[in-house]
Each structure stands twice: as structure tokens, then as C-alpha cells.
Design a protein around this ligand. Structure first.
Ligand code: PGA
Length: 251
């Protein structure tokens, strides 16, 4: 049985006091109840250190939303993997479609970041997904195949158990348009098959594949009940403790 993983991508929301407030509500809302899933929050950089102290000794784990692949140096505005580790991050989201489209990240750059995250002891949440145009042009699987093959270049089977793949159709992100459970399941099954051919069946069987794109309390359960959907990467709905907790409970 694969574990389920629910991650909240806060994006560029919440300053430090707002972050403290949301995390405090989340932790008290979750209480001591035993969960059937892993919970990760990914606040913006300035809140990470404080977030790490707030989630210490709770079920909530910490991730960042991005990083650069170099160790240090003249890279104004960037943060390194070791900086993220040093403030208590366990995960890092890489290859998010907003990074790809708004900040020009390509498969090669994302591959370098994934490799650096792994050698630094961070676990990547590696995002892939097609645009509406690509879906309508019937090239979804080609796009996903390219993103995964390039993104995972030179990554060993051994390292694959520290990677989560998040399938996030770009047309479903922040739009309120979710992929139907069938549409999502079809791509998730395709991804698992692809990982099986790139690595092995056992690597594919243990890989956690999250779905992301307008996951809400009212659609989470149906999505999460699909055979190949092992969790959610949640944007908008993770910004309110109540709705994020409902999604966690759905898992
Ligand atoms: P959304 O974002 O839930 O607001 O659609 C998901 C994501 O971008 O990770």
C-alpha cells in the first residue's frame, strides 16, 4: 500500500504573522487524531524558519516552493538547497507550472534542481502537466513523457523513493476547473507505466503520484479514491485551515 501525501502549496501568500496564524490554526485543527496520510506545508521563504519551529513535534512536515541548483555564490534572489535544509525543510516543490511559464524554467534546469535537491537530502515534489492547448491538441502524454524523461535524467532508481511526482494539468490550476477523476486517473496510470519502463515495476509501484489543480474539500475524496492517485498538491484550498483539514481528512 502506497502512503497518501497531502501537500499545501501556499504560493506567494501570507507574510510572517499570517503564516504563524495559519499554521497555528492548522495544527490545533488537526489535534492529536491519527492521520492516514502525510501532511506537508510549503510556505514562502521568509516564513520557513518560523514554520519549522511551529510544526516541530507535530504531524506536519515542511517544504519550500523552489530552490536554485548551485551551492552558493552570485545568484541574486536565489536560495540554495542547503539553506532550505538548514531552516528545517524536508521537501521542495520543483518544476511547478508557474515556475515554468512565468519564470522561464525548462526541463533541463528542473533536472539540475532535482539532482541538487536529492544530493542535499531534500525530497523533491516534481510537478508536471499539460496546458489546455496541449490537451486539446491531443499531446498530453507526449508532454508528460518529455517532462518526466528530461526531469529525471541521470536520477537513479535508488533515489526514486525520495521523489514525489505531482500531476498538475495547467488548465486546472487556480481556475476552479478540476480534471475529472477519470481524466486524472488516466494520466496517473500513464505516469506509473512510464516510470515502470524507465526504472522498474517496483519503483513505479512505490512512487507517490499526487494530483493538483483546483483540489477542494468537495472533490478531494473522489480524486483520492482513484487507484493511481496517491495524494494532492493543494493551492488555493490550503490557505484556509478548515478547507485544508477537510482535504487531509478526505485522505
Ligand atoms: P490550485 O493550485 O489548487 O489553486 O489550483 C494547485 C497548485 O498550483 O499546486
Amino acid at each position: 500500500m502506497r502512503r497518501k501525501v497531502i501537500a499545501g502549496n501556499w504560493k506567494m501568500n501570507n507574510n510572517l504573522p499570517e503564516s504563524q496564524n495559519l499554521i497555528t490554526k492548522l495544527i490545533s485543527g488537526l489535534g492529536n487524531e491519527k492521520l492516514n496520510c502525510e501532511v506537508i506545508i510549503c510556505p514562502p521563504f521568509p516564513s520557513l524558519s518560523e514554520a519549522a519551529s511551529l510544526v516541530k513535534n507535530t504531524v506536519v512536515k515542511l517544504g519550500a516552493q523552489n530552490m536554485y541548483f548551485e551551492d552558493s555564490g552570485a545568484f541574486t534572489g536565489e536560495v540554495s538547497a542547503s539553506m532550505l535544509k538548514s531552516v528545517g525543510c524536508e521537501y521542495v516543490i520543483l518544476g511547478h507550472s508557474e515556475r515554468r511559464t512565468l519564470f522561464g524554467e525548462n526541463d533541463q534546469l528542473i533536472n539540475k534542481k532535482i539532482k541538487k535537491a536529492l544530493t542535499s537530502g531534500l525530497k523533491p515534489i516534481f510537478c508536471v502537466g499539460e496546458t489546455l492547448q496541449e490537451r486539446e491538441g491531443n499531446v498530453t502524454k507526449n508532454v508528460i513523457k518529455r517532462q518526466i524523461t528530461e526531469g529525471l535524467k541521470e536520477i537513479s532508481a535508488n533515489d526514486m523513493d525520495r521523489i514525489i511526482i505531482a500531476y498538475e494539468p495547467v488548465w486546472a490550476i487556480g481556475t476552479g476547473k478540476t480534471a475529472t477523476p477519470e481524466q486524472a486517473e488516466e494520466v496517473h496510470a500513464f505516469i506509473r507505466g512510464l516510470i515502470s519502463s524507465l526504472y522498474s515495476q517496483s519503483v513505479a509501484e512505490s512512487l507517490v503520484i499526487q494530483y493538483g489543480g483546483s483540489v477542494k474539500p468537495d472533490n478531494a475524496k473522489e480524486l483520492l479514491s482513484q487507484k493511481n492517485i496517491d495524494g494532492s498538491l493543494v493551492g488555493g484550498a490550503c490557505l484556509k485551515a478548515d478547507s485544508f483539514i477537510s482535504i487531509i481528512k478526505a485522505a
